[in-house]
Design a protein around this ligand. Sequence first.
Ligand SMILES: [Zn+2]
Length: 180
Amino acid sequence: MSRLIAIDKIHNIPSKYRHTPIGHLLEYQNLNRPYQNYSKAKLLIGMCMDNRKHLHIPDNFAFILRTGGANLRHSEFKVAYAIAVGGVKHVALIGHNHCNMSNLKARRGLFVKGLVKNAGWKKKEAQKYFENHAATFEIGEETDFILGEVRRLRLRYPKVTVAPMFYKIENNRLYLLKEK
Ligand SMILES: [Zn+2]
């Protein structure tokens, strides 16, 4: 039923990812792998901008793109750049539970009120802004979104290995997402 693959020992990491930067990320986060020295980035990590998440990784190991919901659809140039110029051949896309980019409609009132109170916007402007942009940034169900984004990235960058991951806020651990 659960789509999460727990990584509690090295053998939980599928062989296609083990001993790659993707496997190493899982080991750093979950298995206390000792930090190696890196002189250049090995991995591109896409993750949500949410403040409740913290990765345990060594310096220089990864480029990190943080966006609402780990949505990279509007960061395409930066993804392409990390691959083309940064030379990374592996991407980890990390969703998380309780993501606030899921079901944005439910927070429309908060959004409008907050822009008026915290930013000094007019109510009408704030409403219009929400109407115009919410659909673009809505991710829907978190794991579905990550799996869909991973499929998109694999098609776009066929020589790059892309792994769907999930971060649980409650225990700060990374999981792989099961794929059909
Ligand atoms: Zn989020």
